[in-house]
Design a protein around this ligand. Structure first.
Ligand SMILES: Nc1ncnc2c1ncn2[C@@H]1O[C@H](COP(=O)(O)OP(=O)(O)OP(=O)(O)O)[C@@H](O)[C@H]1O
Length: 211
């Protein structure tokens, strides 16, 4: 479960997002909203990489501010437009994330193989196209043992053949108890692939959610 309490985020004294109280259980959530509504702000705050007022609690006991290290182990975030150190290879980045996230041995093999990245994962990321970078960022988001995976615009630059693969990862991840994936996207998710997706609407500087 993810719980947000008395949340406020301002930029230059301008209120962007206010959430008095929101609790969501495991599952897949589509974070919807117009450009500039605050979707990335919400995901980055939940990811623990953006300061905010209020509290965010995972699994009813791990607080983002009081237990930042334990909290960050439970949350993985993939940026909308990922940027990585260009001199590192994909596999070096994967090893770095695995070590930081205490990932199980060989956990990445399933993701690299299913996303068909084997042929280039040993190349420096400076040689990657934007779609290849996106796939790498998605692999990184599934490493470790998170409770909550946050994907900011995961469909951008991803080719059509890769979408069902990503959906299958999400489905597989959400079959574990109490795990959740929050995805922001301008386009709708295909119902047959993600039949249980629920909507979090970011509008008028707050979130609307109807369970
Ligand atoms: N670092 C920042 N400094 C000042 N204002 C910011 C900053 N980041 C975001 N904003 C503002 O906060 C608001 C929400 O931005 P955010 O990026 O969260 O929206 P979004 O819904 O993700 O937008 P998009 O769909 O265009 O990606 C916008 O008005 C934006 O201009």
């Amino acid at each position: 479960m993810l719980q947000i309490d008395q949340f406020r985020k301002t930029y230059n004294n301008q209120l962007v997002l206010q959430i008095d109280s929101l609790a969501i259980s495991g599952g897949v959530y589509w974070v919807r909203g117009q450009n500039g509504s605050g979707k990335s702000t919400l995901l980055k705050a939940i990811a623990g990489i953006l300061p905010f007022q209020g509290d965010i609690i995972l699994n009813q006991r791990v607080h983002s501010k009081k237990q930042p290290v334990a909290y960050r182990k439970l949350v993985n975030f993939a940026e909308a437009e990922p940027i990585f150190p260009e001199f590192l290879t994909g596999i070096e980045l994967i090893e770095l994330f695995k070590s930081a996230k205490k990932a199980p041995h060989q956990q990445e093999a399933f993701y690299v193989e299913t996303m068909q990245m084997t042929s280039y994962v040993n190349q420096p990321v400076r040689t990657y196209s934007s779609g290849m970078l996106k796939k790498l960022s998605l692999v990184l988001a599934f490493l470790g043992q998170p409770t909550c995976i946050l994907l900011d615009e995961p469909l951008t630059t991803l080719d059509a053949d890769s979408l069902p693969i990503l959906y299958s990862w999400i489905d597989r991840f959400c079959h574990q108890p109490e795990t959740m994936v929050l995805l922001s996207s301008h386009q709708a998710f295909e119902g047959a692939l993600l039949p249980t997706v629920r909507e979090l609407l970011v509008e008028n500087a707050t979130i609307r959610y109807k369970p």
